[in-house]
Structure formats: C-alpha cells, structure tokens
Design a protein around this ligand. Structure first.
Ligand SMILES: O=P(O)(O)OC[C@H]1O[C@H](O[C@H]2O[C@H](CO)[C@@H](O)[C@H](O)[C@H]2O)[C@H](O)[C@@H](O)[C@@H]1O
Length: 271
C-alpha cells in the first residue's frame, strides 16, 4: 500500500513531519485548490480514543483550528464519522456551516445557528424490525461477557469490546460478525467495535457526494480507522489523505496522533 513515509508503512511519523506540512502550506496558498473541502473523522482523529465513548471530546486546540478553517475563504469543513449524527453534534463543538456526516454516511446534516439542518433517515418497517432484532441478538452476545456492551444508533447496532479481556473480546467480535452476516446489510469491523447496519452506507460514497455537491477541487481527508480507508479510496491523486496513528493505509501521509493532526492542520489556515 502507498505510504508517504516509505520503508515501514506501520511506523508513525513524528509531529511536524515536513512533507505533510509543506503540502498543506502549498494548498493554503493555491487559489486553484478552491473550493477546498476539509473532511475529518472524529474518534481517534480529532478526539483521542476513550474507553467510554460518551467521554470523547475534540482536543481544545482542534476547536480553535476548526473555527479558523471554517472561516477561511473557499474552505468547507465536514466531519465524516461513524457516530450517530446527534452524538457527533453534541461532542464535536464544530462551527456553524460545518457539514456533519454521521453513521458512516447514513446520516447527514449542516450545523446552523438554530441547530442541525438534517436529512431525516427513514427506515422501512422491515429495516426497523431488523434493527430491533439485531439489538436483541447483540445484547445476547454481550450478556455474560465482562466489558462487552452494545450501542444503538438510528440505523445500526455496535458491539463494543474495548473494555473486555481478549478472549471475551474475540468471542464477542466473532459472534457479532456472524450476526452481521446473517441479519445486517453493512458490517464494519473497526477499533474494538463491530458495527452492524440495516442500511448500506459508506464514508467514501458520502464524501464523494458532498464533494460533487460543493464542487470541491481538492479534498483534505484524515482518519484513523479501517472505515476511513473507504473515504481515502474515494479520493483522487490531487487530494491529500492523512492516516492518524499506526496501521495499514492507502493514505499518502501519516501523523502519529490527533494532536499532531491538529498541529498540521493549523498550517492550512491563513495566518
Ligand atoms: O468514524 P469515527 O468518528 O471514528 O467513529 C467510529 C466509532 O467511534 C466510536 O467508537 C470508537 O471510539 C470510542 C471512544 O473513543 C472507543 O471507545 C471505541 O473503541 C472506538 O471504536 C463510537 O462509539 C462508534 O459508534 C463509532 O462508530
């Protein structure tokens, strides 16, 4: 897989890796790159990972950087997340005008001064029944397994295993993948989560649709998990993709953690 930093694709680069910052500075100064879309994942990208997802918060420096980006001429800002939209809006502290893509692309909204201007997701009766059944069977997977728990979203259920010991985590993930294969439409295996959705959705498709709608010439996209690879893969050679943390990736650049990403993104804003 392509990796900007060459030899070891799993090695994280230190803060302030020059080539990424140089590329971002060049983009900031290039009028031909407008309209520019900056599309960022949330958990593990702008917010350090937490055992309890309700405790996740965007880094304080990230709030400032996103405000500056959103205020820049010819720049649109989007968060592209697996989070349910409502959850993402509560946690992300993003400025007015930001596009929010939630539930891995199944939900979308724009932040306005009066709240969210959202496209409502409507499940068919059959999908709603399947979601209820998935919820019940996911709870059965969690039962008796310490640290395994179930999150419910408007279009999906998520089996979380971060707090479980390895044997319980592996058994729960295997059972959840099997459940997804039987009853799900989309199954995603992310960081200590198996997410089973009753709708087809992909970060890549949602990002491509937003880009087309906005007529964005260049997209800067960053993410940390396997689900973000769908977004990277939907972009082209002139776009700038950034993997946060270790792991295989098709992104062109890599930073070690959310703080490094936020630091790098400051070079994209006018000074
Ligand atoms: O696309 P993202 O913004 O990265 O959202 C993906 C999932 O994020 C949340 O789970 C992840 O973060 C949690 C909090 O740090 C962590 O405990 C969990 O292990 C991670 O997988 C969220 O709870 C999921 O619903 C999202 O799909």
């Amino acid at each position: 897989m392509a990796d900007h930093f060459g030899a070891d694709p799993l090695a994280a680069e230190p803060l302030g890796a020059e080539p990424l910052e140089a590329a971002l500075v060049a983009l900031a100064q290039d009028d031909r790159a407008r309209p520019l879309l900056v599309a960022l994942d949330f958990d593990g990208t702008l917010a350090p990972l937490q055992d309890d997802p309700s405790q996740s918060r965007i880094l304080p420096a990230g709030v400032v950087t996103l405000r500056a980006l959103a205020a820049a001429d010819g720049v649109a800002l989007a968060l592209v997340s697996g989070r349910a939209l409502h959850d993402l809006h509560q946690l992300a502290e993003v400025p007015e005008g930001t596009y929010l893509i939630g539930s891995h692309g199944a939900e979308r909204a724009r932040v306005t001064r009066h709240g969210l201007d959202r496209d409502v997701v409507r499940l068919t009766d059959a999908q709603a029944d399947r979601l209820a059944e998935l919820g019940a069977q996911a709870l059965a997977i969690a039962r008796g397994r310490d640290g395994v728990w179930v999150e419910t979203k408007p279009t999906a259920v998520v089996v979380h295993t971060r707090l479980a010991e390895r044997p319980d985590a592996s058994a729960a993930e295997t059972a959840a993948l099997d459940l997804g294969a039987r009853l799900g439409t989309n199954v995603l295996h992310g960081k200590d989560v198996v997410e089973i959705s009753v709708l087809h959705a992909s970060k890549g498709e949602a990002l491509r649709a937003l880009r087309d709608e906005l007529g964005s010439r260049v997209v800067v996209c960053a993410g940390d998990d396997v689900t973000d690879e769908h977004a990277f893969d939907a972009l082209g050679p002139d776009d700038l993709t950034i993997k946060v943390g270790p792991g295989p990736t098709s992104a062109r650049y890599r930073v070690p953690d959310p703080a490094s990403l936020v630091h790098a993104l400051t070079t994209l804003t006018p000074r």
